[in-house]
Design a protein around this ligand. Structure first.
Ligand SMILES: Nc1ncnc2c1ncn2[C@@H]1O[C@H](COP(=O)(O)OP(=O)(O)OP(=O)(O)O)[C@@H](O)[C@H]1O
Ligand SMILES: *[C@@H]1O[C@H](CO)[C@@H](O)[C@H](O)[C@H]1NC(C)=O
Ligand SMILES: *[C@@H]1O[C@H](CO)[C@@H](O)[C@H](O)[C@H]1NC(C)=O
Ligand SMILES: *[C@@H]1O[C@H](CO)[C@@H](O)[C@H](O)[C@H]1NC(C)=O
Ligand SMILES: *[C@@H]1O[C@H](CO)[C@@H](O)[C@H](O)[C@H]1NC(C)=O
Ligand SMILES: *[C@@H]1O[C@H](CO)[C@@H](O)[C@H](O)[C@H]1NC(C)=O
Ligand SMILES: *[C@@H]1O[C@H](CO)[C@@H](O)[C@H](O)[C@H]1NC(C)=O
Ligand SMILES: [Mg+2]
Length: 692
């Protein structure tokens, strides 16, 4: 109907009066050798597809017809009829993860450098969204629901004028003429079957029609969207560019155009589906609902479908395949999670769910499918075959540890050289983020809009919590557990801001009384006791040392290595261990000067001085001078007076540390990291001295 109208009304009379640009048309069956203008991530692939975006986050991509088209009729200046058709596919490399969609647009300019990626689709930014001076008409094919733009769902088509708030939108689908015009949903994303779209403007009736259908189907008679709109009010320039725009956010997608045609005052020329390049196959993917439509239409495809399904099932099987359960593992039965559950919980370990990256692996937030409980899944690579059994045994026995000041370990999973440790998720994140006020959204405590400074009472409570957690590990369980990595990033805050000690991934268990026998140094620079760095022997005393550094850090709000303002500091340059910096302050007669200035003087002086002295005592270079965790708790509770300490007792501290460093052959890492290293880097530098 509409086509006929174009031919008679638009095409024939215009031929006599207007220049040939009023009847411009083109068709691309693939884009090899085409002359399109591309920007951002957009590229023409070797097979001739336009790929607007790739797997990089927060990028934009545009593809334009190189020359502008004359949309306005020369006689009266109104926008004349035009028709566009294109074939596209949206693929994801990461299974069900969806990125943002893309748009076809008509725009007076090819310059979209000021537009934003993510939900702005590379078309607008936060200031020009909705502005009448944009003169942009677009059809969005959107795969994420952005409520700020009034999106109806995460799979819709919308007509946009100057704004991302669609004037009209509808769930992606088509009125199936093969099925008496019944509406059939069409997922825009993840199908290996391309989709064809038609965007038509009738200049006489001032009506915009948008239609989509699976490639291979004739254009459905009823358009998906039909909007009465006079484009002459928007496309006011003589000429305008047409093209495609797309962007990615944290989650990404591949937005691919396979073919494109255009006709001014005439229907868009037919795209020859047999000449189109094929969509690439991007990794495993769930079977598509599209098959349900295609099946009745072409029963010949049945065999193909069975084949594809089989491939998908095999791939799914491989995707969730984990390392076999070995005989010795049977006893840990309930503690072993399936990889499938963990993968579902974390949406395929998507970057959206990543909460942090540490020295040994990544931590993802997830919700377990069965229990609906929130968990943190830590991935730890391992490579030694024999280590697995021992490590699994350790993980399993750590699962039995239960205390209100440690992060509960629920279980584990093994797969392809990786261990997955499943912990309780701690909503308030780790303490380091509160102490140092990292910039940027990533560094903030989850949910916080600005950096939260913990007050003194909260800090003291957390110190006490951690002391009590460590005491449990050291003395109150049936085995001695050496934590080995006490530091603020391993102190997590639960929903009541209680401190909980996390990360037993590196802990080693010793039976009471047996010889520890270790030659393996694991830990973080700055928290390593001299004898640990020196002889590689971890013990409850080395944990006390790290705890001491931790207490100083919480009290001073400073990292374990400080840059000293004092130029005549001995040692290398201007860097100083926090312990020594506190001692320096004390020597100068002002211990309180070491207390965190972010507290603005609001703290209990006696408690804060107790914390500083206790921190110094715990991180004493001589292991025998350090208290046990039971004593530490008594000091903190005031049940035992702290031994009388004088600054002079500590004057050789620094020397001892320097000596231990020179004996340690650290070719790759220094105990004193360079000042350029941020705390983020610094916190995750851990090293191993296997066999030394
Ligand atoms: N159970 C948890 N709940 C919530 N967030 C967590 C949990 N465990 C870890 N995290 C977050 O993930 C981040 C990374 O943790 P990870 O343990 O991998 O590194 P790290 O603690 O910085 O260093 P290390 O590898 O030495 O432990 C932490 O800083 C913390 O913010
Ligand atoms: C995506 O495209 C951008 C721009 O061309 C490029 O810098 C980046 O490396 C690409 N990313 C991937 C994952 O291919
Ligand atoms: C390619 O496009 C430019 C305009 O961007 C034009 O000048 C040139 O003639 C075109 N070349 C071909 C081969 O179409
Ligand atoms: C938004 O885009 C317009 C151009 O379309 C530009 O003038 C403006 O500076 C941009 N605003 C921001 C915040 O980038
Ligand atoms: C975008 O523009 C539309 C139309 O002017 C407006 O209704 C909407 O609130 C704007 N949305 C955002 C997020 O700026
Ligand atoms: C369509 O537009 C032409 C030219 O302006 C006009 O002559 C004709 O009557 C219009 N037809 C309809 C059906 O509106
Ligand atoms: C469309 O808008 C233009 C310019 O504003 C106007 O000249 C024209 O008459 C309008 N067409 C209709 C059908 O309203
Ligand atoms: Mg950690």
């Amino acid at each position: 109907m509409t086509i006929l109208l174009f031919l008679i009304v638009g095409f024939i009379p215009e031929l006599c009066v207007a220049a040939s640009s009023d009847h411009e048309q083109f068709v691309f069956n693939g884009f090899t050798g085409s002359n399109l203008s591309l920007d951002g991530a957009a590229r023409i692939t070797s097979t001739g597809l336009i790929e607007l975006t790739n797997d990089s986050a927060r990028i934009k991509g545009h593809a334009f017809h190189p020359s502008p088209l004359r949309f306005r009729r020369s006689s009266d200046g109104t926008v004349q009829s035009f028709s566009v058709s294109f074939v596209f596919g949206i693929l994801s490399s990461f299974g069900d993860i969806r990125g943002h969609g893309f748009a076809f647009f008509v725009s007076p300019s090819k310059d979209f450098t000021a537009a934003y990626p993510i939900q702005f689709l590379g078309l607008f930014n936060s200031t020009n969204n909705g502005s009448l001076s944009n003169h942009i008409f677009a059809v969005e094919l959107d795969t994420i629901q952005n409520t700020e733009f009034g999106d109806i769902n995460d799979n819709h088509v919308g007509i946009d004028i100057n704004s991302l708030n669609s004037l009209k939108s509808y769930a992606a689908g088509f009125y199936n003429d093969q099925n008496s015009g019944r509406f059939t949903n069409l997922p825009l994303i993840g199908s290996q079957q391309p989709i064809q779209a038609w965007v038509e403007y009738d200049g006489n009736k001032t009506r915009i029609d948008v239609t989509i259908a699976p490639l291979g189907l004739a254009k459905p008679l009823t358009p998906l969207l039909s909007l009465a709109f006079n484009l002459s009010t928007v496309l006011t320039e003589e000429e305008a560019y047409i093209g495609f725009s797309s962007s990615t956010g944290l989650s990404t997608g591949h937005h691919i155009i396979l073919g494109w045609s255009f006709g001014m005052n005439r229907p868009a020329p037919a795209i020859d589906s047999t000449k189109l390049p094929k969509l690439p196959y991007l990794g495993p993917r769930a079977p598509s609902k599209l098959l349900e439509i295609v099946l009745p239409i072409a029963s010949a495809l049945f065999v193909l479908v069975v084949g594809t399904t089989a491939v998908i099932l095999v791939r799914r099987h491989l995707r969730y395949k984990e390392d076999v359960r070995e005989d010795w593992e049977v006893e840990y039965g309930p503690q072993r999670f399936t990889y499938k559950d963990l993968s579902h919980a974390t949406k395929g370990f998507s970057s959206k769910h990543l909460v942090g990256v540490g020295g040994f692996g990544r931590v993802y937030r997830g919700v377990l499918p069965k229990s609906r409980s929130q968990v943190a899944v830590k991935t730890v690579p391992y490579n030694s075959k024999q280590g697995v059994k021992q490590f699994t045994a350790e993980v399993a026995s750590m699962g039995h540890l239960q205390h209100s000041n440690i992060v509960q370990l629920h279980g584990y999973c093994r797969r392809k050289g990786e261990f997955f440790l499943v912990y309780d998720y701690m909503v308030n994140g780790s303490l380091d983020r509160y102490l140092y006020g990292y910039g940027g959204e990533e560094g903030r405590p989850p949910g916080a809009t600005a950096t939260v400074v913990l007050d003194w009472a909260q800090r003291f409570k957390i110190v006490r919590d951690i002391a009590s957690g460590l005491l449990y590990l050291h003395e109150e369980w049936d085995k001695v557990v050496v934590h080995r990595d006490v530091k603020p990033s391993n102190v997590l805050l639960d929903n009541n801001m209680n401190g909980r000690l996390g990360d037993f991934g590196l802990a080693r268990l010793y039976d009471h009384g047996t010889d520890p026998h270790t030659t393996h140094v694991v830990g973080t620079i700055g928290y390593l006791a001299p004898e640990l760095a020196h002889r590689g022997k971890a013990s409850t005393r080395t944990d006390v040392f790290a705890f001491g550094v931790f207490v100083l850090e919480v009290t001073c709000g400073r990292k374990p290595v400080v840059v000293s303002e004092d130029t005549d500091t001995p040692g290398r340059g201007t860097q100083l261990m926090l312990v020594d910096w506190v001692i320096q302050n004390w020597h100068k007669g002002s211990l309180v000067d070491a207390i965190d200035i972010k507290l603005q003087g609001r703290y209990d002086v006696d408690q804060a001085c107790l914390a500083l002295k206790l921190g110094l005592l715990c991180s004493h270079p001589s292991p025998d001078a350090r208290p046990s965790m039971r004593q530490v708790l008594q000091y903190l509770d005031g049940d035992l007076p702290l031994p009388e300490l004088l600054p002079a007792h500590f004057s050789f501290h620094m020397l001892a540390l320097l000596q231990s460093e020179t004996r340690l052959n650290t070719s790759t890492v220094s105990l004193y990291p360079s000042p350029a290293m941020t705390m983020m880097d610094y916190g995750s530098v851990s090293f191993s001295l296997d066999g030394r």
